[in-house]
Design a protein around this ligand. Structure first.
Ligand code: GDD
Length: 329
């Protein structure tokens, strides 16, 4: 039987790498779109893909170029496309709003247009975000909760969500959005708060760092394990009808609690190292996010397995073990 073909944008990121591994394990042919600079500097950009790099088919392309996306879509003719690429660090959206708007909104629009014209049978997953709920008007948040984004990043995800819905309705395409709450892992980027904490705590323990600088540690998030969440992306595209789903654990915790678990694991008291810095506060904060994943539970069989504490422990143990061996993170 012919192998199913997959195209992933953002394949070098945390989610892209877990998804690529998962889909290869299911026997798919996995293609990825990567920027030319990444192909020129593979050691730096492909560290998350090390295990599977030789099994992937990578195409040089940019979300900023419709002709390139169209050409790749036409040549590959994927059965499924996972659109994960985006500028995804919320803080940056306050510093460089225009570039984030450009990449995230136009990139999604170009990809949808390329799909429609070059391979309309392909099913598309769009990576939405709980940041779309922002100053949430109800708790927990579900598919019907009104969006109230608090950052340009959140706003670009709302735009992507609406574009994805509109292409589904206007052109009868199989396109859907996963509204994923925060999902972390040892492959998380260092700028995000969980990895910043796990890596800094490990460095402090080993005498390589003295302080833990942070912003608002009372913010509450619904944190799950990225390796599990990518499987839901795949399940969403196997449904009979395209629909949007919220995916999260249904539990919320503060940044402070994350600090407590991580530092506690290393027998340290985070209060001895914590330095609150105003520049890590955001001009508009999302105070509380927590998912109501009932729809995903009922229709997709979703159940989160790794709890908050296990997730935090997995991350800090990983970082500590690597640094202790003398390797760099
Ligand atoms: N990054 C960061 N750095 N965040 C901090 C810090 C700090 O020093 N101190 C406190 N925080 C707080 C932030 O203000 C925020 O409330 C919370 O920690 C989480 O921040 P991030 O880890 O940067 O993630 P995020 O919630 O803004 O966004 C992530 O999750 C979204 C899904 O809800 C990103 O992965 C997004 O791309 C994703 O869509």
């Amino acid at each position: 039987m012919k192998k199913k073909k997959i195209l992933i944008t953002g394949i070098t990121g945390q989610d892209g790498s877990y998804l690529a591994e998962y889909l290869l394990s299911l026997g798919y042919e996995v293609h990825g779109i990567v920027r030319r600079v990444a192909l020129e500097d593979p050691t730096h950009h492909f560290w998350r893909l090390q295990k599977v790099l030789d099994q992937l088919i990578l195409h040089s392309g940019s979300l900023e170029s419709f002709p390139t996306l169209f050409k790749i879509m036409r040549e590959v003719q994927p059965d499924e496309c996972y659109h994960l690429a985006a500028q995804s660090f919320v803080s940056v959206s306050f510093e460089d709003e225009f570039s984030m708007m450009q990449t995230n909104i136009n990139g999604t629009h170009y990809l949808l247009a390329a799909l429609k014209d070059a391979c309309p049978e392909c099913r598309l997953y769009f990576a939405g975000s709980s940041e779309m709920f922002g100053k949430a008007e109800e708790t927990p948040q579900r598919e019907t909760t009104r969006f109230h984004p608090r950052s340009v990043y959140g706003l670009t995800k709302v735009a992507g969500f609406e574009l994805t819905r509109n292409y589904r309705e206007a052109y009868n395409l199989f396109t859907c959005t996963g509204i994923l709450f925060n999902h972390e892992s040892p492959r998380r980027g260092y700028e995000f708060v969980t990895r910043k904490i796990s890596s800094t705590a490990a460095r402090i323990k080993l005498g390589m760092e003295k302080v833990m600088p942070l912003g608002n540690i009372e913010a509450k998030r619904d944190w799950g394990f990225a390796g599990e969440y990518v499987q839901m992306m795949h399940v969403m595209l196997q449904q009979d009808v395209p629909e949007d789903f919220v995916v999260g654990t249904g539990e919320t915790h503060t940044v402070r609690e994350f600090l407590e678990v991580v530092f506690g694991e290393l027998n340290l008291n985070y209060q001895d190292y914590l330095v609150i810095e105003k520049n890590f506060y955001r001009p508009a904060e999302v105070d509380l996010l927590v998912a109501d994943p009932q729809k995903a539970r009922e229709k997709l069989g979703w159940k989160s397995k790794m709890n908050f504490e296990e997730l935090a422990l997995q991350m800090v143990r990983h970082d500590y073990d690597i640094l202790k061996k003398g390797d760099d993170l």
